[in-house]
Write a protein that binds this ligand. Structure first.
Ligand code: ASP
Length: 313
């Protein structure tokens, strides 16, 4: 018997329709998308649901929590062998990491998107969907992380990031410090969580303003990821304010606006151990934010949070 795969549709360009000025994401229903790829029936038995229909720029913590709980309960049932989630590419890496770190089953989960809308002559969604369903139906993917599918390729959530805002092959790959296949030995139980700790991102640049970090502090945020320059460095006034934020109980994670290379405590210019910062390692700011939100559901202890950023529970 063919494997049974559940498809959860959330929107994105793969569900996009052309408009006068360009296109609008999240317009086509999952029925319509699937009817364009009849070959899927030869790979798996499918059922599907329209979870939401949005551009992934509108993904948020509320949807992540609901989506994670839904995927978790589907995969814990005997009925399904894997899940495919149609999703916009803009924030796909964040959703993938969130799911990867919160799902309790090891069965394959694949997020799939496209760079051209569903009604484009050269739409890339159908071919990506085939690769995604094949990936979710393949037991060899059971021991892997949540996968992302674009450009007819599958990448794991710790390594994948959106590198190109236009090209078909829009996902890049960063060597991760740790992989954490879902359902194995790293992760968080959010099944009883209804809201997540509040974590913002502050972008670094020469002469950076302290206003964004101060605003997060004034609003009582639990943590901030600094998307620093180079190896996680900051314009001095921002760093001094971050030191004050730590003294006031905020968790500060240093990441970098550089796509490659990461941020580490050893060998850098900032003394994390003295100042109470956490280094993000290979995680980019948006992934580090997801991990910090999840870590803060368990602890505010900086040493324990440092371990989470090394893939240790
Ligand atoms: N804005 C779209 C989205 O992320 C872009 C895409 O899907 O490629 O939903």
């Amino acid at each position: 018997m063919l494997p049974k795969i559940h498809i959860i549709a959330t929107g994105g360009t793969i569900a996009g329709k052309s408009s006068e000025k360009g296109y609008v994401a999240g317009k086509t229903s999952i029925e319509e998308i699937l009817s364009a790829v009849p070959e899927l029936k030869e790979i798996a038995r499918l059922d599907f649901e329209q979870f939401c229909n949005i551009g992934s720029q509108d993904m948020d913590e509320t949807i992540w929590l609901a989506l994670s709980k839904r995927v978790d309960s589907l995969l814990l049932s005997e009925e399904y062998d894997g899940v495919v989630i149609t999703h916009g590419t803009d924030t796909m890496e964040e959703t993938a990491c969130f799911l990867n770190w919160t799902i309790h089953s090891a069965k394959p989960v694949v997020l799939v998107g496209s760079m051209r809308p569903s009604d484009a002559l050269d739409a890339d969604g159908p071919a990506n969907l085939l690769v995604a369903v094949r990936g979710a139906a393949d037991v060899k993917n059971a021991g892997k992380e949540v996968l992302l599918c674009l450009g007819k390729k599958l990448l794991e959530s710790s390594e994948a990031f959106k590198k190109d805002s236009h090209e078909i092959d829009a996902l890049g790959c960063v060597p991760p410090d740790f992989r954490a296949p879902h359902g194995k030995n790293f992760g968080f139980d959010i099944r009883n969580e209804n809201v997540l700790p509040r974590v913002g991102i502050v972008y670094g640049y020469g002469g950076a303003s302290t206003i964004p970090l101060q605003a997060f502090m004034d609003a009582g945020y639990d943590g901030v990821v600094l998307a620093g320059v180079g190896g996680g460095n900051f314009y001095s006034p921002v760093q001094r304010l971050a030191e004050k934020a730590v003294r006031m109980g905020m968790l500060i994670v240093r990441s970098t606006r550089c796509p490659y290379g990461g941020v580490y405590t050893l060998g850098g210019e900032v003394d994390d151990l003295k100042l109470g910062f956490v280094a993000a390692g290979s995680l980019n700011p948006q992934k580090a934010r997801v991990l910090l939100m999840l870590a803060l559901t368990e602890t505010r202890d900086v040493e324990k949070i440092r371990l989470k950023f090394q893939g240790v529970n």
